[in-house]
Design a protein around this ligand. Structure first.
Ligand code: 5HM
Length: 323
């Protein structure tokens, strides 16, 4: 964000979204598990982060899940039920209509057959996306590339456009989580994550907020709380993802209410049980508007996610909870 605001090359006004823009921006995360933001000037929604990543992994395009955790995603939909361009998971993870395996499965097969291949590319943007001028939802992600080198799985993301203050925060979170899942499937360690963007921008309406983030990070770069990043278990399988999605749906539709003990009893690794604790906490926020979120549940959350949750819903946790 500092790079865009200090090296602003253009003021872009495409589709009424005025932004300050830099062309051709890239960065690399050497530890893609450090994907979460801990800034008081830029609260994030940890529930949405996992919801979006799971929505992608589930290969879904309908709004039920994603629209529940971020109602603004409904604006991307033309028919009120599905998302076209930015439903990246439907392009990467869904089986093809002819029954052929998903892009993702084929890319993994390719990497198993030739370990150091340069071909494991997962295209998202398609030629047909250019058919309609003024399309309301064109994919911003062009594609993801997986590269296995020396026992590590690296990922490169290619984006045509990215909003550094908004979309990027969620995109980097989801794509690196997908990378970590792919590394687990291949039995590789998590490598680096490189993010390449054609148009990197910050909206004019967000410049003030961006300024506050830059102030916070410049004034005290070490003031951000340090939480050990949770590590996705290497034995994570598609069965775990499906189980998490099944419970997420039950919680989202308020068909179940879970205590921490209920979740502790599920046949899932701790990492994924803690994701379900977040969905239960969110269920309480939505369905129990007059009650604070259960304290024991908050205590059972992964510590970094708890820090974010308490800042995202400060009025829904007892005041002494927000340290
Ligand atoms: O006019 P255009 O289609 O490029 O507008 C899309 C806006 O959403 C841009 O600001 C783009 O950078 C942002 N965006 C993002 O940053 C959108 C999506 C959804 O595809 C995304 N990241 N994942």
């Amino acid at each position: 964000m500092r790079h865009v605001t200090e090296n602003n090359e253009h003021v872009n006004t495409a589709r009424g979204n005025d932004s300050h823009e830099v062309l051709g921006a890239s960065f690399r995360l050497t530890d893609p598990r450090q994907r979460a933001l801990f800034l008081t000037s830029r609260p994030v929604n940890p529930v949405y982060h996992y919801a979006e990543a799971l929505w992608y992994l589930g290969g879904l395009r309908n709004l039920d899940l994603i629209g529940h955790y971020a109602s603004r995603r409904r604006a991307d939909s033309r028919d009120g039920t599905t998302i076209e361009g930015s439903a990246y998971g439907a392009r990467i993870f869904a089986a093809r209509p002819d029954g052929a395996p998903s892009e993702f499965d084929r890319a993994l097969e390719l990497l198993k057959a030739e370990k150091d291949s340069k071909r494991a590319y997962l295209p998202v943007f398609e030629a047909r996306d250019l058919d309609e001028i003024g399309h309301p939802d064109l994919p911003c992600l062009v594609g993801l590339q997986l590269l296995a080198r020396d026992g590590y799985l690296h990922m490169i993301a290619y984006m045509r456009a990215n909003d550094a203050n908004r979309g990027m925060v969620c995109d980097v979170y989801s794509f690196t989580l997908i990378q970590e899942f792919a590394a687990a499937q291949l039995g590789l360690r998590l490598g680096s994550y490189t993010h390449h963007v054609g148009s990197m921008h910050v909206g004019v309406r967000d410049l003030e907020r961006a300024g506050r983030v830059l102030e916070e990070t410049a004034a005290s770069p070490r003031a951000m709380p340090l939480f050990a990043a949770p590590v996705m278990p290497a034995h994570t399988t598609w069965k775990h993802i499906r189980t998490v999605l099944e419970h997420e749906e039950l919680l989202r539709t308020n068909q179940v209410q879970y205590t921490p003990a209920d979740i502790a009893g599920l046949d899932l690794p701790l990492y994924w049980r803690r994701v379900l604790l977040l969905f239960e906490a969110h269920r309480q926020v939505v369905n129990c508007p007059t009650e604070p979120v259960d304290r024991q549940l908050l205590e059972a959350l992964e510590p970094g996610a708890r820090w974010q949750f308490e800042r995202r819903w400060p009025t829904r946790v007892a005041t002494e909870e927000v340290r």
